[in-house]
Write a protein of this length. Structure first.
Length: 120
């Protein structure tokens, strides 16, 4: 179930963040597959999730540790469970650099979790 959606733009790259309530890895896979079809021109589809007994994350070709880990750390820090956070990036033609890229993914995830009232 979609909890919230938020959008931000940094140096012409568009970041669409989505938060879902999920209970199984099959739900996670279904949502990811659907979003890949819905956003075929997106450059990256980064996500992290945490269920009761499993978790996962991906940087989807962004520099290692710059994206999925940022989202997962936010989930873990707030002790969230049964949550999937996805950030879809449409590349705007300007490289952001590792620091700004990492902050942007973290802030996009934070924004959607706050908007969905998952965290304060």
């Amino acid at each position: 179930m979609l909890l919230a959606r938020a959008t931000t733009e940094i140096k012409k790259s568009k970041f669409i963040s989505l938060a879902y309530s999920v209970t199984t890895t099959d739900e996670v896979k279904t949502i990811i597959s659907s979003l890949k079809k819905e956003h075929p021109k997106a450059k990256h589809l980064v996500y992290a999730y945490k269920l009761t007994n499993t978790a996962g994350k991906t940087d989807d070709k962004e520099p290692a540790g710059s994206a999925g880990s940022q989202i997962y750390n936010l989930i873990a820090l707030n002790d969230l469970t049964n949550i999937l956070v996805i950030v879809i990036r449409y590349y705007g033609g300007t490289k952001l650099g590792l620091g700004l890229l990492s902050r942007t993914y973290k802030e996009a995830a934070l924004m959607v979790l706050k908007k969905g009232k998952v965290i304060d």
